[in-house]
Design a protein around this ligand. Structure first.
Ligand code: DLZ
Length: 169
Protein backbone atom coordinates (compact mmCIF):
# COMPACT_ATOMS: atom_id res chain seq x y z
CA UNK A 1 0.00 0.00 0.00
CA UNK A 2 1.22 3.50 -0.71
CA UNK A 3 1.87 5.74 2.27
CA UNK A 4 3.62 9.06 2.72
CA UNK A 5 6.69 7.02 3.74
CA UNK A 6 6.54 4.34 1.06
CA UNK A 7 6.63 5.10 -2.66
CA UNK A 8 5.14 2.32 -4.79
CA UNK A 9 7.93 2.60 -7.34
CA UNK A 10 10.76 2.22 -4.82
CA UNK A 11 12.54 -1.12 -4.79
CA UNK A 12 16.04 -2.41 -4.24
CA UNK A 13 17.44 -3.87 -7.49
CA UNK A 14 20.16 -5.59 -5.46
CA UNK A 15 17.65 -7.95 -3.84
CA UNK A 16 15.22 -8.20 -6.75
CA UNK A 17 15.43 -11.53 -8.61
CA UNK A 18 16.16 -11.41 -12.33
CA UNK A 19 13.25 -12.09 -14.65
CA UNK A 20 15.47 -13.78 -17.24
CA UNK A 21 13.60 -16.57 -19.06
CA UNK A 22 10.42 -15.84 -17.10
CA UNK A 23 7.04 -15.45 -18.81
CA UNK A 24 4.53 -12.97 -17.47
CA UNK A 25 0.88 -12.44 -18.33
CA UNK A 26 -0.65 -9.03 -17.70
CA UNK A 27 -4.42 -8.60 -17.76
CA UNK A 28 -5.74 -5.07 -17.33
CA UNK A 29 -9.17 -3.47 -17.18
CA UNK A 30 -10.19 -0.82 -19.70
CA UNK A 31 -12.39 0.97 -17.15
CA UNK A 32 -10.57 4.14 -15.94
CA UNK A 33 -8.05 3.87 -18.80
CA UNK A 34 -5.99 6.89 -17.79
CA UNK A 35 -5.06 4.96 -14.65
CA UNK A 36 -4.93 1.37 -15.84
CA UNK A 37 -2.85 2.11 -18.94
CA UNK A 38 -0.28 3.89 -16.74
CA UNK A 39 -0.23 0.92 -14.35
CA UNK A 40 0.14 -1.51 -17.22
CA UNK A 41 2.98 0.47 -18.81
CA UNK A 42 4.75 0.79 -15.46
CA UNK A 43 4.57 -2.96 -14.91
CA UNK A 44 5.92 -3.71 -18.41
CA UNK A 45 8.82 -1.27 -18.04
CA UNK A 46 9.82 -2.61 -14.63
CA UNK A 47 9.71 -6.22 -15.86
CA UNK A 48 11.90 -5.33 -18.84
CA UNK A 49 14.26 -3.32 -16.60
CA UNK A 50 14.71 -6.55 -14.63
CA UNK A 51 15.59 -8.84 -17.57
CA UNK A 52 12.18 -10.13 -18.67
CA UNK A 53 12.19 -10.33 -22.48
CA UNK A 54 9.56 -8.14 -24.12
CA UNK A 55 8.44 -11.18 -26.14
CA UNK A 56 7.83 -13.08 -22.89
CA UNK A 57 5.23 -10.56 -21.70
CA UNK A 58 1.68 -11.18 -22.90
CA UNK A 59 -0.79 -8.34 -22.41
CA UNK A 60 -4.57 -8.75 -22.59
CA UNK A 61 -7.40 -6.38 -21.72
CA UNK A 62 -10.83 -6.94 -20.23
CA UNK A 63 -13.74 -4.45 -20.10
CA UNK A 64 -13.84 -3.86 -16.33
CA UNK A 65 -12.14 -4.94 -13.15
CA UNK A 66 -14.72 -7.64 -12.46
CA UNK A 67 -13.61 -9.43 -15.64
CA UNK A 68 -10.01 -9.55 -14.36
CA UNK A 69 -10.96 -12.78 -12.61
CA UNK A 70 -11.90 -14.50 -15.86
CA UNK A 71 -8.92 -13.09 -17.75
CA UNK A 72 -6.44 -14.12 -15.07
CA UNK A 73 -8.09 -17.55 -14.79
CA UNK A 74 -7.70 -18.15 -18.53
CA UNK A 75 -4.03 -17.24 -18.28
CA UNK A 76 -3.53 -19.49 -15.25
CA UNK A 77 -5.26 -22.43 -16.98
CA UNK A 78 -2.99 -22.06 -19.99
CA UNK A 79 0.07 -22.83 -17.80
CA UNK A 80 2.08 -20.56 -20.10
CA UNK A 81 3.10 -18.03 -17.46
CA UNK A 82 5.37 -17.94 -14.44
CA UNK A 83 3.32 -15.11 -13.00
CA UNK A 84 0.17 -13.15 -13.82
CA UNK A 85 -0.45 -9.50 -12.97
CA UNK A 86 -4.07 -8.31 -12.77
CA UNK A 87 -4.51 -4.55 -13.08
CA UNK A 88 -7.63 -2.47 -12.50
CA UNK A 89 -8.94 0.67 -10.87
CA UNK A 90 -12.19 1.16 -8.98
CA UNK A 91 -13.07 4.66 -7.79
CA UNK A 92 -15.57 4.93 -4.98
CA UNK A 93 -17.07 8.27 -6.00
CA UNK A 94 -17.89 7.02 -9.52
CA UNK A 95 -19.04 3.56 -8.55
CA UNK A 96 -22.31 3.00 -6.67
CA UNK A 97 -21.50 -0.68 -6.13
CA UNK A 98 -17.81 -0.03 -5.32
CA UNK A 99 -17.74 -2.46 -2.40
CA UNK A 100 -19.29 -5.32 -4.39
CA UNK A 101 -16.79 -4.98 -7.24
CA UNK A 102 -13.79 -4.65 -4.91
CA UNK A 103 -14.83 -7.61 -2.80
CA UNK A 104 -15.68 -9.70 -5.85
CA UNK A 105 -12.35 -9.06 -7.57
CA UNK A 106 -10.38 -9.60 -4.36
CA UNK A 107 -12.12 -12.90 -3.63
CA UNK A 108 -11.87 -14.07 -7.23
CA UNK A 109 -8.17 -13.34 -7.63
CA UNK A 110 -7.44 -14.79 -4.18
CA UNK A 111 -9.12 -18.02 -5.21
CA UNK A 112 -6.96 -18.31 -8.32
CA UNK A 113 -3.86 -18.22 -6.14
CA UNK A 114 -5.11 -21.28 -4.30
CA UNK A 115 -6.49 -23.20 -7.29
CA UNK A 116 -3.63 -22.79 -9.76
CA UNK A 117 0.13 -23.05 -9.58
CA UNK A 118 0.73 -19.60 -11.05
CA UNK A 119 0.97 -16.63 -8.67
CA UNK A 120 -1.60 -13.93 -9.48
CA UNK A 121 -0.47 -10.47 -8.38
CA UNK A 122 -3.11 -8.06 -7.09
CA UNK A 123 -2.89 -4.81 -9.05
CA UNK A 124 -6.32 -3.38 -8.24
CA UNK A 125 -6.29 0.23 -7.14
CA UNK A 126 -9.28 1.09 -4.97
CA UNK A 127 -9.52 4.78 -4.14
CA UNK A 128 -12.02 7.37 -2.98
CA UNK A 129 -11.41 9.64 -5.95
CA UNK A 130 -9.54 10.12 -9.23
CA UNK A 131 -6.81 12.20 -7.62
CA UNK A 132 -5.84 9.36 -5.28
CA UNK A 133 -5.74 6.99 -8.25
CA UNK A 134 -3.49 9.39 -10.17
CA UNK A 135 -1.15 9.61 -7.18
CA UNK A 136 -0.73 5.81 -7.32
CA UNK A 137 -0.35 5.40 -11.07
CA UNK A 138 2.81 7.40 -11.65
CA UNK A 139 2.08 10.40 -9.46
CA UNK A 140 3.22 11.51 -6.03
CA UNK A 141 3.08 8.03 -4.48
CA UNK A 142 4.68 6.15 -7.37
CA UNK A 143 3.16 3.53 -9.64
CA UNK A 144 1.44 0.40 -8.37
CA UNK A 145 2.26 -1.24 -11.69
CA UNK A 146 5.93 -1.06 -10.71
CA UNK A 147 5.17 -2.61 -7.34
CA UNK A 148 3.23 -5.44 -9.00
CA UNK A 149 6.11 -6.17 -11.37
CA UNK A 150 8.61 -6.31 -8.51
CA UNK A 151 6.26 -8.57 -6.56
CA UNK A 152 5.95 -10.87 -9.59
CA UNK A 153 9.75 -11.03 -9.87
CA UNK A 154 10.03 -12.06 -6.23
CA UNK A 155 7.30 -14.69 -6.55
CA UNK A 156 8.87 -16.17 -9.69
CA UNK A 157 12.36 -16.06 -8.19
CA UNK A 158 11.66 -18.19 -5.14
CA UNK A 159 12.05 -21.91 -4.71
CA UNK A 160 8.78 -23.13 -3.22
CA UNK A 161 9.57 -26.81 -2.80
CA UNK A 162 13.22 -26.44 -1.82
CA UNK A 163 15.14 -25.52 1.31
CA UNK A 164 14.96 -21.83 0.45
CA UNK A 165 11.68 -21.39 2.29
CA UNK A 166 12.65 -23.57 5.26
CA UNK A 167 14.12 -22.05 8.37
CA UNK A 168 16.50 -24.51 10.00
CA UNK A 169 16.13 -22.79 13.36
C1 DLZ B 1 -19.84 -1.06 -13.72
C2 DLZ B 1 -18.52 -0.54 -13.24
C3 DLZ B 1 -18.47 0.60 -12.44
C4 DLZ B 1 -19.70 1.37 -12.05
N1 DLZ B 1 -17.30 1.10 -12.01
C5 DLZ B 1 -16.14 0.46 -12.35
C6 DLZ B 1 -14.88 0.94 -11.91
O1 DLZ B 1 -14.75 1.96 -11.23
N2 DLZ B 1 -13.78 0.25 -12.30
C7 DLZ B 1 -13.83 -0.89 -13.04
O2 DLZ B 1 -12.78 -1.48 -13.35
N3 DLZ B 1 -15.02 -1.36 -13.49
C8 DLZ B 1 -16.17 -0.72 -13.16
N4 DLZ B 1 -17.37 -1.19 -13.61
C9 DLZ B 1 -17.39 -2.33 -14.54
C10 DLZ B 1 -17.34 -3.69 -13.84
O3 DLZ B 1 -16.03 -4.01 -13.41
C11 DLZ B 1 -17.77 -4.78 -14.85
O4 DLZ B 1 -17.06 -4.62 -16.05
C12 DLZ B 1 -19.26 -4.71 -15.15
O5 DLZ B 1 -20.00 -4.75 -13.95
C13 DLZ B 1 -19.70 -5.87 -16.06
O6 DLZ B 1 -19.43 -7.11 -15.42
Amino acid sequence: MATELHNLSDYDPAVTPSGKNKRVGIVYAEWNPEITYALRDGAIKTLIDNDVNKEDITVASVPGSFELIYGAAQMAKSKRYDSIIAIGCVIRGDTPHFDYICEGVTAGLSRLNVEYDTPVIFGLITTNNLQQARERSGGRLGNKGDECAVTALHMMGREWQGSDTHNED
